[in-house]
Design a protein around this ligand. Structure first.
Ligand SMILES: NC(=O)c1ccc[n+]([C@@H]2O[C@H](COP(=O)([O-])OP(=O)(O)OC[C@H]3O[C@@H](n4cnc5c(N)ncnc54)[C@H](O)[C@@H]3O)[C@@H](O)[C@H]2O)c1
Length: 460
């Protein structure tokens, strides 16, 4: 059951009579409409009226409108203005560039810019590797998208993807001191995207692909990895896979099972599911059963594309066919990165004892976590209002910090697994339990631990 949250937070500026009961009437009205008040500020006071900023959380944009409408019906209340606090945060964008060097006078200018800078340019021309020492390249990542799979919203295009990419850049800086910059490309042609990234690569120490739809994202990532001498990471694939593997490692510790004995059903074989399967395979699980919108992926299924063919060839030992419900029977683990509301408690009951359920479809998971809990020993979702949130922010800042510090030119499965182990190990034995298998995204020990693990793996 979703609860009103800060994603839909409004501030209603209204006029009210200066009576003793006005505050109570307003707060009761918001409560009746299902909103949650987070602030109540009197911004002006007059003999005949007060002006109040009433801030509250809602469930959705429509719910926010219902709350405002309810306030407007109260006698003596005049709503002056409604501000959506999420839009206010975005006014003018969320990130900026600032200079690291002083530019106070001619002396400063002559060294930071011409004529002094010319000698630095010549040094880099002579030794291109010096770009990592003498420019922003050593700390800068491009966050590249074509806007084709923006969050769960679909193909919104490059301009509409920009708020997400700005947010990503802000997270890179906040959690790992990495300077990331959004690059939203006005093309969805695979060749053009590859060429565009190749052309801008000299500025960056790494490429973070973001919100590019499957299956194009697989080819774009693979070809860029071949062409570029900097690491290419697709957060929707590798970031998710790292955090899922970390969470699964700890969930298995909670139930006392070894991954080598586990049958794992992965539902959704798109960007996230394919990468999760590949990273799980590096740990030789008992078996993996992949399921997509057309059912269980097996070797005799007609119409498999090259990605599904390679998944079919390396999973599903008994070449089982059928639907998701068939795959779940006897599975130790369910990992969903697919679509909302696909099964219920009765299917979880058919899973093995001490089942683990990660229902990660956003915003609505494959199964209501409360239902899953009836039979599963450990449950995780992508949601922040439920324990065990699988959030990529646990991985990507530290991963790039480590890659940049190691001057890495590639990224390997060994580095991804090192990052996963580092995240899992932040939750020590004293804190580990079924409701705490991953650390909080605000645990400031996570990014340094991930960075250190990736740096070590890159240097080994
Ligand atoms: N950290 C997280 O919580 C996290 C991370 C990544 C993705 N996700 C979520 O996972 C979902 C998938 O993301 P993606 O980027 O891989 O998408 P995608 O479009 O690349 O892949 C979706 C996959 O789900 C399958 N699918 C769709 N409907 C299905 C159904 N009814 N039954 C079985 N399979 C079905 C499709 O066949 C496809 O294989 C999204 O909801 C996304 O928000 C969550």
């Amino acid at each position: 059951m979703p609860v009103p949250g800060p994603g839909y937070s409004i501030t209603v500026r209204l006029e009210a009579p200066p009576s003793a009961s006005a505050a109570g009437d307003l707060t009761s009205a918001v409560g009746r409409a299902g909103g949650v008040i987070t602030a109540f500020d009197v911004v002006e006071s007059h003999t005949d009226r007060v002006v109040i900023d009433l801030t509250c959380n809602a469930l959705s944009a429509n719910h926010a409108k219902d709350i405002t409408d309810t306030l407007e019906t109260l006698p003596g209340i005049v709503v002056r203005k409604v501000s959506d606090r999420t839009f206010l945060v975005h006014l003018g964008g969320k990130i900026e560039i600032s200079s690291k060097v002083p530019l106070r006078n001619r002396d400063d200018l002559s060294r930071a810019y011409t004529p002094g800078v010319a000698r630095v340019c010549e040094a880099i021309a002579k030794n291109p590797d010096d770009a990592r020492r003498l420019t922003i390249k050593r700390n800068t990542v491009a966050v590249v998208t074509d806007g084709s799979a923006v969050l769960g919203l679909g193909n919104l295009g490059p301009a509409a993807a920009l708020p997400v990419m700005e947010g990503k850049a802000a997270l890179f800086k906040k959690f790992a001191g990495v300077d990331a910059w959004p690059v939203c490309l006005d093309t969805q042609d695979t060749e053009e995207i590859i060429r565009a990234v190749e052309l801008i690569a000299p500025v960056y120490g790494g490429i973070n692909l973001e919100d590019i739809s499957a299956p194009r994202c697989f080819e774009i990532e693979a070809r860029l990895r071949e062409k570029l001498d900097i690491p290419v990471f697709h957060d929707d694939q590798h970031g998710t896979a790292i955090v899922v593997v970390a969470a699964l490692r700890n969930a298995l510790r909670v139930v006392g099972k070894d991954i080598k004995d586990c049958r794992i059903t992965v539902c959704g074989v798109g960007a996230a599911g394919s990468a999760i399967i590949r990273l799980l395979q590096a740990q030789t699980p008992g078996d993996i059963i992949a399921v997509d919108v057309d059912g269980i992926v097996h070797r005799d299924r007609p119409g498999l594309d090259s990605n599904l063919k390679s998944i079919a060839a390396s999973t599903n030992k008994d070449n089982q066919s059928g639907r998701l419900h068939d795959a779940l029977v006897g599975s130790d683990v369910f990992i969903g990165v697919s679509a909302p509301n696909l099964f219920g408690a009765e299917q979880v009951a058919t899973m093995a004892k001490d089942a683990i359920v990660f229902a990660l479809a956003n915003p609505d998971p494959e199964i209501d976590p409360m239902e899953a809990q009836q039979h599963a020993a450990v449950v995780a979702t992508g949601r922040s209002d439920f324990p065990n949130q699988i959030n990529n922010v646990l991985a990507f800042p530290g991963v790039f910090r480590g890659l940049l510090d190691a001057h890495a030119r590639t990224i390997t499965d060994a580095m991804l697994l090192a990052a996963a182990s580092a995240i899992a190990d932040v939750v020590d034995g004293d804190r580990l339990n079924a409701s705490f298998i991953v650390p909080s995204v605000f645990d400031n020990t996570v990014a340094p631990a991930v960075a250190e693990a990736v740096r070590k793996a890159a240097n080994s």
